[in-house]
Write a protein that binds this ligand. Structure first.
Ligand SMILES: [Zn+2]
Length: 158
């Protein structure tokens, strides 16, 4: 398989590239939103922070429905499918759904796991389980924070 170089940039895509390549123009607004949300949510998961997927989805559905309704009213399009396809909704900034101010910390519990040491098993604390509530729609979120990173967080606040 040939790699992309400046001289063969117009060559057909390889099979592997075709699987990777998703034409943004061919995505429905829902697919685009879903892809972007999965990406953003992953970033918060890696940081061990809550992210309210539930609210983001509700807000997106509301915004999309409103957009489609208005498009039809303005007769830019004649039906729902056309309106969806013509949608240029921008939902790229989802960081408000992971903003610290959005969440209230309800409780934190030590998280234990059973660890095997030679012939015995011991219960060992591996981190903390933090329970948050999203203030907007009271959505519940449990976030696991590994011990090491939790300590670092505490240290950073001092
Ligand atoms: Zn929420």
């Amino acid at each position: 398989m040939s790699e992309a170089t400046p001289t063969n940039i117009d060559r057909p895509l390889t099979e592997a590239e075709k699987r990777e390549f998703i034409d943004v123009r061919n995505q429905t607004p829902r697919q685009a939103f879903r892809r972007h949300m999965d990406k953003t949510k992953g970033e918060y998961t890696r940081k061990h922070k809550p992210f309210c997927e539930r609210c983001a989805t509700f807000d997106f559905q509301d915004a999309l429905a409103k957009h489609v309704r208005e498009s039809v009213r303005r007769q830019k399009v004649s039906n729902y499918t056309e309106a969806l396809n013509a949608s240029t909704m921008d939902f790229r900034d989802l960081n408000q759904y992971g903003a610290d101010v959005r969440f209230e910390l309800l409780s934190r519990k030590e998280h234990f796991e059973t660890v095997r040491i030679q012939l015995t098993t011991v219960r060992e604390q591996t981190g903390w389980m933090l329970d948050y509530r999203c203030k907007i729609r009271q959505c519940g979120h449990s976030v696991f924070v590994p011990l090491k990173e939790y300590d670092e967080k505490l240290a950073a606040k001092k």
